[in-house]
Design a protein around this ligand. Sequence first.
Ligand SMILES: N[C@@H](CCC[C@H](N)C(=O)O)C(=O)O
Length: 256
Amino acid sequence: MSIPFYKYQGTGNDFVMIDNRKGLFPHNTAIISKICNRKFGVGADGLILIENHDSLDFEMVYFNADGSQSLCGNGSRCAVSFAHFLKIIKDETKFLTIDGPYEANLKHDLVYLHMRDQQCPEKFDTHYFLNNGSPHHIEFVNQAEKQDVYQQGAAVRYSDVYQPNGTNVNFVEIKENNTIYVRTYERGVEDETLSCGTGITASALAAADKGLSSPVAIEAKGGKLEVRFEQKADHSFTNIWLIGPAEQVFSGQFDI
Ligand SMILES: N[C@@H](CCC[C@H](N)C(=O)O)C(=O)O
């Protein structure tokens, strides 16, 4: 069977997108990991299916490159852009993710994703931790560029403390002008990605504990984003937005 697909990227986090409103593409881990393989397939950090939903605009079904599932912030932004391209939505949407319903807007070529309210990230001696739909270990470092993200990220991701599910690992450098530079080792990709939306959002909230204020400007290897939030008297966060570009870069078809 021949299936049309599109390739999207959100600050370098790249995804194969399939319009699965007719339900023809199977939720099959082996097929998904083969398509996402950068040598033997199309190549992507993840694969996203846009499916029908009874009361919301659509359902976004997200798979990491290895076929596992979790919430993907950049993938959600790309799915919104794809749904707009498919004319399923106009400039505002409410859609279903693995983490429940999410809302987003499209404005001036940027996708604004409204994230769930969050508690303050848990603070440990060496790091912070927040599960904002996906689990994130956050370490502040002096020079993120010098970090061996693959080795050090994998060591934390597979450490006993995070078993059995593992975690994503973010290395965060505080720069001038309320800016953070974030590098992420992603679970399910098992490598550094050029950007991770949930990781960037979690890192911005941890940075608030270090004195940064909304909006936090984000630099990732794949581009720039912004995180906005309000912090309540009890230190929890509300009105959290992940803002950045999401672009269609390729289309084609494959046989399964
Ligand atoms: N790239 C993502 C996060 C995807 C899920 C993650 N790899 C996990 O399994 O926890 C993002 O943009 O948030």
